[in-house]
Design a protein around this ligand. Sequence first.
Ligand SMILES: NC(=O)C1=CN([C@@H]2O[C@H](COP(=O)(O)OP(=O)(O)OC[C@H]3O[C@@H](n4cnc5c(N)ncnc54)[C@H](OP(=O)(O)O)[C@@H]3O)[C@@H](O)[C@H]2O)C=CC1
Ligand SMILES: CC(=O)C(=O)O
Ligand SMILES: [Mg+2]
Length: 631
Amino acid sequence: MGNVFSINCFGTSKKISKDENNNHSRVSGEEEEKKVIIGRKKKESVVVRGGESVLDLSPRSTVGGGGEEIYGEDCATEDQLVTPWTFSVASGYSLLRDPQYNKGLAFTENERDAHYLHGLLPPTVSSQELQEKKLMNSIRQYEFPLQKYVAMMNLQERNERLFYKLLIDNVEELLPIVYTPTVGEACQKYGSIFQRPQGLYISLKEKGEILEVMKNWPHKSIQVIVVTDGERILGLGDLGCQGMGIPVGKLALYTALGGVSPSACLPVTIDVGTNNQKLLNDEFYIGLKQKRATGQEYYDLLHEFMSAVKQNYGEKVLIQFEDFANHNAFELLTKYSTNHLLFNDDIQGTASVVLAGVVAALKLIGGTLPDHTFLFLGAGEAGTGIAELIALEMSKQTKTSIEESRKKIFLLDSKGLIVSSRKNSLQHFKKPWAHEHEPVNTLLEAVKIIKPTVLIGASGVGKTFTKEVIEAITSNNEKPFILALSNPTSQSECTAEEAYQWSEGRAIFASGSPFDPVEYNGKVYYSGQANNAYIFPGFGLGLVISGATRVHDDMLLAASESLAKQVTDENYAKGLTYPPFTDIRKISANIAANVAAKAYELGLATRLPRPRNLVKYAESCMYSPSYPNYR
Ligand SMILES: NC(=O)C1=CN([C@@H]2O[C@H](COP(=O)(O)OP(=O)(O)OC[C@H]3O[C@@H](n4cnc5c(N)ncnc54)[C@H](OP(=O)(O)O)[C@@H]3O)[C@@H](O)[C@H]2O)C=CC1
Ligand SMILES: CC(=O)C(=O)O
Ligand SMILES: [Mg+2]
């Protein structure tokens, strides 16, 4: 059996084996498979993969002027198949098609010369700023948000740095495209708009082989994984495998908003089937066409996944559970949070962002946190998660028990107010909220009887904050704080316009998906976006930079405190309870620093010694989308 030798950057040589068919096997090893073009070397170009350079095996020209095609398909027959990846290609052509390194027209003359790019690009050399301007012009011309989403995803697949530059520089304009609300529509239509796969798909078919499947992912140094099983995608229900849009979108925010390097992010969708009949009937559906696996089969697959993550990426990779249905979400969180670095964004990230909004809102609505009475529509992951963190903070402030603090917080589910007479039939996460109270069937009745000062919608059902509901809360409060958290916009409990109109301009309002400013009675009202996107990127960065081993509730409080502190007088003057997303990288660095500080304080940080200035350290760790210069 012959061998090809490659030279690694430390000057030693390493074998690339050939299999029995004389095909070059993939470069193996645990190193990051990171390609850095290090320049022309005589007639071969050289690619460094994870500290190892591989002599170019790219095609030579053939008689007749045509290039020998890269993947050897020309020589494939039905009997003799070829393996597409057995040829390692390092040409200018492949550089242009590698989103991690591609710069498009921004490749300089020197780079074009060094990397065989002449002729493959038109003569103009553009700046990244000009590329950005051109792309923003083109994106703005699309009529529908979904078209913009597809354009952005294509850009991400073509030129990663330019994608992040656009997203960072135009965050308020593009966040609603790559994230809620448009990502919701994208997930619904994922099968039809599907072009190039993004993220890692792990289905029941991979049972017993998840570790092997994970090794197919090109990057080895993963720091953050966002994983969904697609069963509760925003407020849109079970979208099965098409939920992939969510981990992809969340991780784009980890990079753009939190500065975690894109190659350290891994989006995962676990496909155990779907109970969405419309998708099962859809010929373009991309997932397993079967009903959802449940019970032991489901938990075994999840367990194999969790074990494979630890085995492949180590103890310190952060796992974010996202958009699982609540009948699995709480159980998975309890089961794995003691032995993995993980959190559930819908339960915990949302809690942290809403607590921050409430604390900030005190400047506008008055009183202290324990002075307020909270009423939730929705007692699932978001509702009970938020309620629990508010109660925790209240009991810290009042030095009373959490049971005592819970008495100021009421939740309604689809069957009415959660009260003690329902206790036996309640899901376990609702039980702590079963107050001694007469049954109440509707939200309107509950608002009238309980007289909340803060109303929080986390039901996933749009239009449930009716005119009567908002009038009722306004009649009891000079300034009611109303949060319509459900996503996407179609599921929002009310619109900003409705909140301001029906409260006659008195409500302080925030929502999960963004609303434009509203003009009412000659005054412009601004509403904040109460979305966990404010928290998870900075929260995750804080965990990563401190080398945290576990997530602790006090870290969620630390993130929340930091976010609330960053609301400025200028924001308050506009009625905002969250700072604008335009400052999000600074906000994330501060959140990261507060979370990391808490990790050190709790003895849960392993990155030692502790950096003295954690904000500066967080900033210094953040990914920049500017193009590097290639030798
Ligand atoms: N803004 C943000 O950052 C976030 C927003 N969300 C949004 O919150 C919503 C809920 O998410 P999540 O908590 O995870 O979902 P869950 O499915 O866990 O919970 C939904 C809850 O709403 C209740 N509900 C449903 N319909 C009604 C109704 N008509 N009246 C009263 N209650 C009702 C359900 O009742 P029952 O238990 O009886 O079925 C359940 O308690 C989603 O739209 C999601 O997009 C979620 C996370 C973050
Ligand atoms: C924002 C979010 O995580 C959700 O709506 O599920
Ligand atoms: Mg979510």
